[in-house]
Design a protein around this ligand. Structure first.
Ligand SMILES: C[S@@+](CC[C@H](N)C(=O)[O-])C[C@H]1O[C@@H](n2cnc3c(N)ncnc32)[C@H](O)[C@@H]1O
Length: 223
């Protein structure tokens, strides 16, 4: 691998923070984004939402319009610094630095959770631990929604390599000229369902929706 190629996901998102939301300006994705926004606002209405990997707060902003409260967390203080600068008047939102694999220090009681665009960046064997950590922080019957990208030739960054575990990677360039090799997986519906079926504590009402550019996974926690 090119020695100039950084592979640190946290560093990549810290450096990308200022340019991150440009990804939401791609014209061909606007109809899907509008649909997701409407959907999430309806799903999280009057809920106390725990959001992990909130980044610059793009989805926090959408969800906060209808949720009772949003506790938006990310491992990266730099992205949270930008998220905090958005206009949160009229919304009950708080931010906290937290690794999604270690949520015990996040205070509050939650009856919903949102995971936007983290799933694709994780090694597949780590996903049960991520979801397990999240689910135990939620009341029984809480909806959990994850959203992420589908691979669309011509719109998605091309896949640069596939490793021995089947994880796929993209090489991304930032405005500062740095190059980063980032894990980016594109699970199909079968794989999403299999991941949930493999959780130590079962979940219910699994639902997968495929839009043109994104997938949405929803399930409910059990007692
Ligand atoms: C693709 S961005 C998504 C940001 C936001 N959810 C959105 O959809 O606009 C991925 C985010 O995951 C965060 N992240 C990466 N690993 C994490 C971890 N272990 N725990 C919490 N956040 C993490 C990064 O800092 C980054 O903000």
């Amino acid at each position: 691998m090119d020695p100039e190629l950084s592979t640190d996901l946290t560093d990549y998102y810290a450096r990308r923070a200022r340019e991150y939301e440009r990804i939401y300006e791609k014209p061909e994705r606007q109809a899907d984004l509008a649909q997701l926004t409407t959907r999430l606002r309806a799903e999280f209405q009057r809920r106390d939402v725990l959001e992990i990997a909130c980044g610059t707060g793009y989805w926090t902003r959408a969800i906060a319009d209808t949720a009772r409260s949003v506790t938006a967390t990310d491992v990266n203080a730099e992205v949270l610094r930008l998220a905090r600068t958005k206009d949160w008047s009229g919304a009950s939102v708080r931010f906290a630095v937290a690794d999604a694999f270690d949520l015990h220090a996040v205070t509050g009681r939650f009856d919903a959770a949102f995971v936007g665009f983290l799933w694709s960046h994780l090694e597949r064997p780590r996903l049960p631990a991520l979801l397990g950590q999240l689910n135990v922080r939620l009341a029984p019957g809480s909806p959990v929604i994850a959203v992420d990208n589908r691979y669309v030739p011509g719109s998605s960054t091309p896949i640069s390599r596939t490793d021995e575990h089947g994880d796929t990677f993209q090489v991304r360039k930032l405005d500062d000229g740095s190059h980063h090799e980032i894990r980016k997986n594109f699970p199909d519906e079968r794989e999403l369902r299999d991941t949930l079926a493999g959780l130590a504590r079962p979940v219910a009402d699994v639902h997968v929706e495929l839009l043109d550019y994104f997938w949405l996974l929803k399930y409910q926690t059990l007692a």
